[in-house]
Write a protein that binds this ligand. Structure first.
Ligand code: BGC
Length: 269
């Protein structure tokens, strides 16, 4: 029988956990047995709601206000996690945003904000996580790996995206950040992978699916003809954090209904 609590006795930090993919990952990790630290910036109520669900499922959860692009706040979040739960075993490096603009009109502020949260934030959180994994040392009774990191990427780590150069650049950066960290720390049994979602129904892309016309247009880009839901990503995150995936390292798993399959060629070319 499959272990229904594959993450028991582990602690996970999920950044950007107040809505969308982060919230679903936090709830799924809690259901899989982990205690969860839910990071948020704006929406305290969203993070609290997810924390309440996790507590209902019998695990512990705390919410932490932390802007992942600020080094002192990230360090403080890890300190609070260690003070509360003793250590951290899992990082879901999820916090991310879009500030879309035609390239010629893109401001430095739009560029900096997206790169600071989506890329620098993942660097800062991964660095603190790895420092803590090494400090704590292995616990073979809990997990084969010393620690696990999931970097939330996007299909746009490989699909160029007009009008979103800052976002696509940040996700392209996440790809080689993840792989470089994985290469550097594999010998320590620190497992690092990326999840690359396609179109998932969340607030970040609300306009792309909120009306029937928008939804039909979006479905043209998805060979499997379904827009994803955050729970799709939560299930994959649990698997990638569990020992069931212990030999998956330095990989990006695309979870996109086939969006990265050049759907324009379905009936053309
Ligand atoms: C973006 C969404 C978009 C999806 C597919 C994601 O990374 O954040 O806005 O719908 O990629 O294009």
């Amino acid at each position: 029988m499959q272990n229904s609590r594959p993450l028991a006795n582990q602690t996970a930090i999920v950044t950007g956990a107040s809505s969308g993919i982060g919230k679903a990952c936090a709830i799924a990790l809690g259901a899989a047995g982990a205690n969860v630290v839910l990071d948020f910036v704006g929406d305290a109520a969203g993070a609290e709601e997810a924390a309440a669900q996790i507590r209902l499922a019998g695990r512990q959860a705390i919410t932490v206000l932390c802007d992942v692009s600020q080094e002192d706040q990230v360090v403080a979040m890890f300190q609070k996690t260690v003070a509360t739960f003793g250590t951290v075993d899992i990082l879901i490096n999820n916090a991310g945003l879009q500030k879309d603009s035609p390239f010629v009109d893109m401001t430095v502020a739009q560029w900096d904000l997206v790169l600071n949260v989506n890329l620098k934030g993942q660097f800062l959180c991964a660095r603190e996580a790895i420092r803590e994994f090494i400090r704590r040392g292995s616990r073979p009774d809990v997990s084969v790996a010393l620690g696990k990191i999931i970097c939330m990427s996007s299909v746009h780590e490989i699909i160029p995206w007009a009008g979103h150069a800052n976002y696509a650049a940040s996700k392209g950066g996440v790809d080689l950040l993840m792989k470089s960290i994985a290469q550097e720390h594999g010998h320590l049994k620190i497992r690092v992978n990326s999840i690359a979602p396609g179109a998932i129904k969340t607030p970040i892309n609300h306009d792309a699916w909120a009306t029937p016309t928008a939804e039909q247009n979006l479905l043209k880009l998805i060979p499997y003809k379904r827009i994803g839901v955050p729970e799709d990503i939560g299930k994959l995150a649990v698997f990638l954090c569990s020992d069931d995936s212990d030999y998956i390292h330095g990989e990006t798993i695309f979870i996109d209904g086939g969006m990265a399959l050049y759907p324009g060629f379905e009936d053309n070319g």
